[in-house]
Structures are given as structure tokens and as C-alpha cells.
Design a protein around this ligand. Structure first.
Ligand code: ADP
Ligand code: F6P
Length: 324
């Protein structure tokens, strides 16, 4: 028989992402609407192990849907990667009467949720990361806001790049994944898009491309470089020396993680937050919520973690033609 859920815990873990607050709000309000109690666990698994656990009522999540960051705060916690840490976490959940936990984070955070589920605490994961690097889902909370923030910043760099007839290398986040770089590269009309999944480290090709474009009369040359490749500053020096074209590097950094979530992030995060509660209420555990082919769906965490996803080949190929 499915375990009855009376009290739901919610935590955010790993890097924060715009829309996490919308998800927290949805969890709290959907749970209360279903007659459940909610406890907020602060600072991810670190806060769980320190028993930083607070009661949450509907009013505690008012005025947050539009805010970036996470009101519960977030952390990375080594102790929770150990069996002892996980056992302690499950015992603390039981001590506080928490029957089910909703974990908002990335693959690392889902591994923690998987371990808690194995120790008898029902868990549901929500994909929260700006990187879009979760294989089971086409959408992650925060990606849409992050790419819009980066896109606006790159537009601004492009203005000055054109005025000075420079080459600009703009580095975007994404950890080992190139999704933010690909989207910005297309949205900003970048002349070159460097993705960790695709880059062959042949700088001579970039040099030739810049020289060709100069001959065609292009006044700027935008290279969107993914964090997974990095080294934008030294790349800029080498490219300037090889082309004779003034080259500057801009690393956008953590600005991409902040700011008010877009409409899409608010709506999708809200839907996923409510769905996570409904899954727990239906007795489900060890599941992760995703978005695929136009539907909000859920997968077994073990299966979700075993999935892989690639950079969309067609979009990557056409991006080269679009900046001719
Ligand atoms: P993300 O969730 O964004 O992938 P991390 O990989 O930093 O971010 O993971 C966030 C946290 O999840 C870690 O600090 C740790 O507390 C927990 N975690 C990561 N891997 C494991 C694991 N194998 N077992 C248990 N917990 C884990
Ligand atoms: O996972 C989100 C992310 O912003 C990545 O894009 C980046 O590699 C990483 O987190 C940065 O982490 P930190 O905030 O610890 O520097």
C-alpha cells in the first residue's frame, strides 16, 4: 500500500536558478490545498543535516514568484554524498515528521534524492538548473531566464564591438554543457559558437573565419564561447595576434544566474512544483519531473540519471549558415 504523505519537505540544492522560488511557492500552496503540511529545508542537504527546517504557510511564499534566487537558499554538501550523511538526513526527516521531500536541483541533487528514497523517505526531483543539462527533460527551471539575460548582455557587447570593429569573445555558463552557448549563439547571430560537445580546438579555423569576414566587410565578429571550453582571455590574445583584429573577452559569469524569472520559467516551475506534490500525494517516490514533447511527465530517478542527451544537431549545423 502507498505510504500516506502528511508532511512534505522542500529544498533547493546545487546552483540556484531563476524560477526556483516559483516552484517553492507552488509546492507550498498545492500541498496546503491538498491538506498537507509543508516544511522548508534551508541550504539544501547541508541545511537538512544541520536541521535548518522551518514550517511554511501560504503567506511565507507570497511576493516571491517574481524573484530570482531561492528563498530557501542553496548549498553544495559533501557530507550528504556519504552513506552516513544520507542515513542522518533520513533520520532527521523522520524526526521532523517529513514523509516526502521535493528536491529542486540538478543531477547531483537527484542522486541525493535517490539515496533518501532508498532509506524510506519518498522523494520527487524537480529539474532546477540554468544549464539545461538534465537528460530526461527538454526544459529546466532557470534556463529560459538565463539565456534571455545572456542574450541581452551579448547584444550590448555587440554594439561596442561593431563601433570599434573588434572581435568579441563572450563566455557563457553551462558547466560541461553547451546549451546556453548554442541558444545565445543563434539568438545573437554569433559568427562562431564554441560548444564543449563539438569544439575541435582548431583556432586556425577561427582566425581564417575572422579574416574572411573582414574581407566581406563585417564590422564585428562575435564568438560565443561555452564555459566548458573556457580560457576566453588567452584565446582573445592569440586571436588578436594572429588576425591583427583587436579582440576582447567578456565573461558573463554569475549575472546569468540572477534576475527576475521570465514568464516561461514562472509558469513551468509553478506547474512542476504542483505536479511534484500531486505525485507525492499519489504515493509516488524516486521520481523526477520533466517536460517532453509538450507534456509535463515524470520518470524513475534511476532511469532519468542513466539517460543521455545530445546537442541538437540540426540547430548546431544551421547556426553556421545563419551567420554567413
Ligand atoms: P546539481 O544538483 O546542480 O547537479 P551538484 O552536483 O553540486 O549540483 O550536487 C548538489 C548536491 O547534491 C551536492 O552538494 C551533494 O550534497 C548532493 N549530491 C551530489 N552527488 C551526490 C551523490 N552521489 N549522493 C548523494 N548526494 C549527492
Ligand atoms: O550549474 C549552474 C552553474 O552556474 C554552471 O553553469 C556553472 O558551471 C556553475 O554553476 C558555477 O558554480 P559556482 O556558483 O559554484 O561558481
Amino acid at each position: 500500500m502507498a505510504k500516506e504523505i502528511n508532511t512534505i519537505g522542500v529544498l533547493t540544492s546545487g546552483g540556484d536558478a531563476p524560477g526556483m522560488n516559483a516552484a517553492i511557492r507552488a509546492v507550498v500552496r498545492e500541498a496546503i490545498a491538498k491538506g498537507k503540511k509543508v516544511k522548508g529545508i534551508k541550504r539544501g542537504y547541508a541545511g537538512l543535516l544541520q536541521e535548518e527546517i522551518i514550517d511554511m504557510e501560504t503567506k511565507d511564499v507570497s511576493d516571491i514568484i517574481q524573484r530570482g534566487g531561492t528563498i530557501l537558499q542553496t548549498a553544495r554538501c559533501m557530507e550528504f554524498t556519504t552513506p552516513e550523511g544520507q542515513q542522518k538526513g533520513a533520520e532527521i526527516c523522520r524526526k521532523h515528521g517529513i514523509d516526502g521531500v521535493i528536491v529542486i536541483g540538478g543531477d547531483g541533487s537527484f542522486k541525493g534524492a535517490q539515496k533518501l528514497a532508498g532509506l524510506g523517505i519518498n522523494t520527487i526531483g524537480l529539474p532546477g538548473t540554468i544549464d539545461l543539462d538534465i537528460a530526461c527533460t527538454e526544459y529546466t527551471i532557470g534556463f529560459d531566464t538565463a539565456v534571455n539575460t545572456a542574450m541581452e548582455a551579448i547584444d550590448k557587447v555587440r554594439d561596442t564591438s561593431t563601433s570599434h570593429e573588434r572581435c568579441s569573445i563572450i563566455e557563457v555558463m553551462g558547466r560541461g554543457a553547451g546549451y546556453i552557448a548554442l541558444w545565445c549563439g543563434i539568438a545573437n547571430g554569433a559568427e562562431d559558437i564554441l560548444l564543449p560537445e563539438k569544439y575541435d580546438y582548431d583556432e586556425q579555423k577561427l582566425v581564417n573565419h575572422i579574416i574572411e569576414n573582414r574581407k566581406k566587410g563585417k564590422q564585428h565578429h562575435i564568438i560565443v564561447n561555452a564555459e566548458g571550453i573556457g580560457h576566453s582571455a588567452s584565446m582573445a590574445k592569440r586571436i588578436e595576434a594572429a588576425t591583427g583584429v583587436e579582440t576582447r573577452a567578456t565573461i558573463l559569469g554569475h549575472m546569468q544566474r540572477g534576475g527576475n524569472p521570465t514568464c516561461k520559467d514562472r509558469v513551468y516551475a509553478s506547474t512542476m512544483g504542483a505536479l511534484a506534490v500531486d505525485l507525492l500525494c499519489a504515493g509516488k517516490s524516486n521520481r523526477v519531473v520533466g517536460y517532453r514533447h509538450g507534456d509535463f511527465v515524470d520518470f524513475d530517478i534511476d532511469e532519468a540519471l542513466a539517460m543521455t542527451k545530445e546537442i541538437p544537431e540540426y540547430q548546431y549545423e544551421i547556426s553556421k549558415n545563419l551567420s554567413l
